[in-house]
Write a protein that binds this ligand. Structure first.
Ligand code: DX5
Ligand code: ZN
Length: 221
C-alpha cells in the first residue's frame, strides 16, 4: 500500500474553467496531491471535455502530480500526446483496451505511471493477470461521463475485493476511487481500501475547499 495518509485528487472538471490558474492554486493551497484531468471523447462516454493542450497548460503551472484519466475509445492513439503534455500518470479504461497488457507497457515505456480504470459493472477479477504490472487502479464509483453524480454503494465491496487481491499480487498498487466521493463517505471508502480519492464537486464546489480537503485527507483505515 503506497501511502499512509489519504491522497486527494481534485478533478479539474468541476473547477471554474474560466479561472484554471486560480483553481490550481486553490487545490495546491488545500494540500491536494494530484490534479485529476478527465478526458472524455463523446464516444466511450456521453460527454466531451478537453485534450492535451489543456493538460499541458495545467502541467506547466502546477507542482501537483498530473493524473490523466482517459475516458476515450482507442486510447493508444493519444497516450503519447498526453504524456508529452506532462501527465505523470495515465489511466486507461479496461473496457477500451483489447490489448491491455500492451497498452500498459506502452504507457510505462513513455516514462509515465500506468493505471487501469473499471466501470461500475466491470469486475475486479478481470485485472488479476495484469495487476502485478500496474501502478494504480482507478475504480469508478459512478458511471463515467459527468461530475456531480451519486456514489454507487456497491463500490465499497468492490474496493475491498481489490484490496485483498493486491495483498497477494501487488502490495505497492495504489487504489484510487472516482465518482461521488464526499466528506461524508471518504472514511468508508478509505476503510474499504482506497489510498487516493478523486473529488470534483466535493472539492471545487465546496463552500470552503480547504476545509473539505482537510476532512477528505484525514480519512484513515
Ligand atoms: C466522472 C469523472 C470523475 C468526476 C468526479 O466521469 O471521471 O472524475 O469528474 O466528479 P465528482 O467528484 O463530482 O463525482
Ligand atoms: Zn475521473
Amino acid at each position: 500500500m503506497a501511502s499512509q495518509t489519504t491522497l486527494l485528487a481534485p478533478s479539474i472538471l468541476s473547477a471554474d474553467l474560466m479561472n484554471l490558474g486560480a483553481a490550481l492554486k486553490t487545490a495546491e493551497d488545500a494540500g491536494a496531491d494530484w490534479i485529476h484531468c478527465d478526458i472524455m471523447d463523446g464516444h466511450f462516454v456521453p460527454n466531451i471535455t478537453f485534450g492535451p493542450i489543456v493538460v499541458q497548460a495545467i502541467a506547466k503551472n502546477t507542482s501537483m502530480v498530473v493524473d490523466t484519466h482517459l475516458m476515450i475509445s482507442d486510447p493508444d492513439r493519444y497516450i503519447e500526446e498526453f504524456v508529452k503534455a506532462g501527465s505523470h500518470q495515465v489511466t486507461v479504461h479496461q473496457e477500451t483496451c483489447p490489448h491491455l497488457h500492451r497498452t500498459i507497457q506502452y504507457i510505462k515505456s513513455l516514462g509515465a505511471k500506468a493505471g487501469v480504470s473499471l466501470n461500475p459493472a466491470t469486475p475486479v477479477s478481470t485485472l488479476e493477470e495484469i495487476l502485478p504490472d500496474l501502478d494504480l487502479v482507478l475504480l469508478m464509483s459512478v458511471n463515467p461521463g459527468f461530475g456531480g453524480q451519486k456514489f454507487i454503494p456497491a463500490s465499497i465491496e468492490k474496493i475491498g475485493k481489490l484490496d485483498r487481491m493486491r495483498r497477494e499480487l501487488n502490495p505497492e498498487l495504489v487504489i484510487a476511487v472516482d465518482g461521488g466521493v464526499t466528506e461524508e463517505n471518504a472514511d468508508e471508502v478509505v476503510k474499504a481500501g482506497a489510498d487516493a480519492l478523486i473529488a470534483g464537486t466535493a472539492f471545487f464546489r465546496a463552500a470552503d475547499p480547504r476545509a473539505a480537503a482537510g476532512k477528505i485527507k484525514s480519512a484513515s483505515r
